[in-house]
Structures are given as structure tokens and as C-alpha cells.
Design a protein around this ligand. Structure first.
Ligand SMILES: Nc1ncnc2c1ncn2[C@@H]1O[C@H](COP(=O)(O)OP(=O)(O)OP(=O)(O)O)[C@@H](O)[C@H]1O
Ligand SMILES: [Mg+2]
Length: 326
């Protein structure tokens, strides 16, 4: 089977006043059709950059310095803009953290959903278009669609606005949904509702999902497989069961330890909240060795000799560490 999406050795840098900083440093992963994959890591690890790079939506100071991103076997990075615009919002959709920033305050939400349809099906009859809008609004749990579609974004709650964003993302029946912190800006009860909605949409639309989150607890609810990032590289990958029951990388273990409820489920260990001391560096340009070294309780001086390779310590479960927690 061809992977739906496959990134190979992706490198991205941002040009800044102090020079170019590499923020994705050789990232490779795949997503199979129908899978849901969680991309997890702390702030600054490169998650949004990775999500945006898939659709070539990076800001103008970004540069792709190496690698490829294959969608159904075709490289999105070298594809012409016209072909790419047929894929954006049709085959692959993206939902961001802040719906207010993505919605246009000057247009009703119904109009904005219908524009998303028209972008890919320009000749659609008015009645059919209306039907599509009302139907997707029902699917994403927007009650009374005929009334709500006439409202402006500021007239809706944060949770309802996120439902509108999800409606826009799903209305063209995409294969892949990239959701970048879709629940981070919402309060806890609403978060749970949006996660439920995504779970439901996954079944109903046979969706493949890339969920970007700094919260392993949110990922636990929705995904089959996890990719853990740290400082612009993947440090561990594996099925959710594998990662939760036996994390190999000290960083993954530390992330898990920070979620007491999950520790109980996953490791049968007593709850203990332990935030990870220290923080990720601003950049790893000219850095040699393991990027987690400064914060690792298992470090030895060998960890600074060179960047550890990703090694498969168990099948389909690689980790980038020379002292894995086996
Ligand atoms: N437009 C930009 N110009 C320069 N540097 C940037 C730009 N956008 C992001 N960066 C830097 O790139 C790195 C990765 O940022 P990114 O937003 O991808 O991380 P993230 O994992 O999504 O973080 P968060 O959890 O805070 O959303 C960070 O060091 C960030 O400061
Ligand atoms: Mg981000």
C-alpha cells in the first residue's frame, strides 16, 4: 500500500535578522490511509512548521532546504501551484488553534462555508450549495443551521467557531485533516466535545488525521500512533499502546510523567506530577549531540559525541537515544 502521506528528510529553516535557523532538521515519517497520528512536542519543537510545510503554507521567510513530502506518491514541494491549490482544502484540509484568526469577521459563517465549497466546485447550483452547507453544519453539531449560518463569527462561542472551522475543513470531503492544536484555545468541557466531534468525523468521513498537540492527553483520546518531536527532530515514534506502555526516550517518559491520569492507565504507576525542568533551546544550529541532553536525567558524556540516530528498539518503534529505557 502506498502511504497517503510520506515525508522524507524534510529540512526547513527560517531567515531571521540573526541569520537562518534550521527548525526542522531531517524529519521523516509516514501516515497510512485511515490512520490518525499525533504529532506531540513542547512549544517551539517545530510542530506547526511541519503542519504548514505539508501544504506549502509556510511564511515567506521560510525555506525548504532539503527533503520531500509525498502525497499519494507525488511530491507536494515540487508540484506546480495550480495542482497544489486543487489539493488544498479538497484532498488535505487544515484546522488551526484560533478560529477567530482564520475566519473573516465581515462575512457570515454560512457564506464562508459555501465559499469553501465553491472554491473546488465552482459550477454548483445555489440550492445544492445551500444543501451542502446545511448538511455539513448538521454533521459538525451546529444546531439550527438555517439560523446559525446567517451569524457572523463574533456572534458565536469559541467552541461553535471551531465547529465552523471544522465544517469548512470537511465540507469537500478531504482524505487528510491536519488539526493544529484544535482544542488548545477552548475550555476543558468544550475541548472534550471537539475531540468527540473529530472522532466521529473520522468514522463518518473515513478521515486520515494528523493531530498536532503539545498535550499527550488529547492525543491519547484520538490517535492510533504517535510521533514525538523535540527541537526540530523526531525523537520517538510508535503505536499509542507502545509509547504509553514503554516509552524508550527519556523525553517521552517525562512527557508521560507530566500527565498523572495517563500514568495510571499506561504504566500502572502511582500518580506523580512532574513537569520537565528546563526548556528547549531557541535553536540547535551548530549543536552536536543529543538535543535533550541539558534536561535529561539519564545523560552521560557519550550523549554529546554526536546526534543519536533513530534506532528501532522494538518493531516500528524507533527512538533517538543511546540510553533507551528498555
Ligand atoms: N515565521 C517565523 N520566523 C522565524 N522563526 C519562526 C517563525 N515561526 C516559527 N519560528 C521558530 O521556529 C521554531 C518552531 O516553531 P513552531 O511554531 O513550528 O513550533 P510549535 O511546536 O508549533 O510550537 P507551539 O507549541 O508553541 O505552537 C521556534 O523556534 C519558533 O520560534
Ligand atoms: Mg504550533
Amino acid at each position: 500500500m502506498v502511504n497517503l502521506l510520506e515525508a522524507n528528510n524534510l529540512r526547513v529553516s527560517y531567515n531571521t535578522a540573526e541569520g537562518a535557523h534550521t527548525v526542522l532538521d531531517g524529519v521523516s515519517f509516514f501516515i497510512g490511509q485511515g490512520e490518525s497520528v499525533g504529532l506531540v512536542g513542547e512549544s517551539g519543537s517545530g510542530k506547526t512548521t511541519l503542519g504548514l510545510s505539508i501544504l506549502k503554507l509556510l511564511p515567506s521567510n521560510a525555506a525548504y532546504t532539503a527533503g520531500s513530502i509525498l502525497y499519494k506518491g507525488k511530491d507536494l514541494l515540487t508540484m506546480d501551484e495550480k495542482s497544489l491549490s486543487r489539493i488544498r482544502g479538497k484532498d488535505i484540509s487544515i484546522v488551526f488553534q484560533d478560529p477567530l484568526a482564520s475566519l473573516d469577521p465581515l462575512f457570515t459563517v454560512g457564506y464562508q462555508i459555501s465559499e469553501a465549497v465553491k472554491a473546488h466546485r465552482p459550477g454548483m447550483e445555489k440550492a445544492e450549495l445551500e444543501k451542502a452547507v446545511v448538511s455539513i453544519m448538521g454533521d459538525v453539531g451546529l444546531p439550527e443551521p438555517v439560523r446559525i449560518r446567517e451569524l457572523y463569527p463574533h456572534e458565536l462561542s469559541g467552541g461553535m467557531r471551531q465547529r465552523v472551522m471544522i465544517a469548512i475543513a470537511l465540507v469537500n470531503n478531504p482524505f487528510l485533516l491536519i488539526a493544529d492544536e484544535p482544542t488548545t484555545a477552548l475550555d476543558v468541557t468544550i475541548q472534550a466535545q471537539i475531540i468527540d466531534l473529530l472522532k466521529h468525523a473520522k468514522e463518518q468521513y473515513n478521515l486520515t488525521i494528523l493531530l498536532i498537540t503539545h498535550d499527550l492527553g488529547v492525543a491519547f483520546e484520538l490517535v492510533d500512533r504517535l510521533i514525538i518531536m523535540y527541537g526540530g527532530v523526531i525523537v520517538e515514534q510508535g503505536s499509542k499502546q507502545e509509547i504509553f506502555s514503554r516509552p524508550f526516550h527519556p523525553y517521552t517518559k517525562a512527557l508521560l510523567m507530566a500527565i498523572p491520569e495517563l500514568m495510571d492507565i499506561a504504566l500502572n504507576a502511582p500518580s506523580r506530577l512532574s513537569a520537565i525542568p528546563g526548556s528547549v533551546r531557541a535553536n540547535y544550529d551548530n549543536y552536536v549531540g543529543c538535543r535533550f541532553y541539558d534536561r535529561c536525567s539519564y545523560r552521560t558524556k557519550e550523549c554529546l559525541d554526536k546526534e543519536p540516530e533513530l534506532q528501532e528498539y522494538s518493531p516500528r518503534h524507533p527512538a533517538r537515544c543511546i540510553h533507551p529505557l528498555l
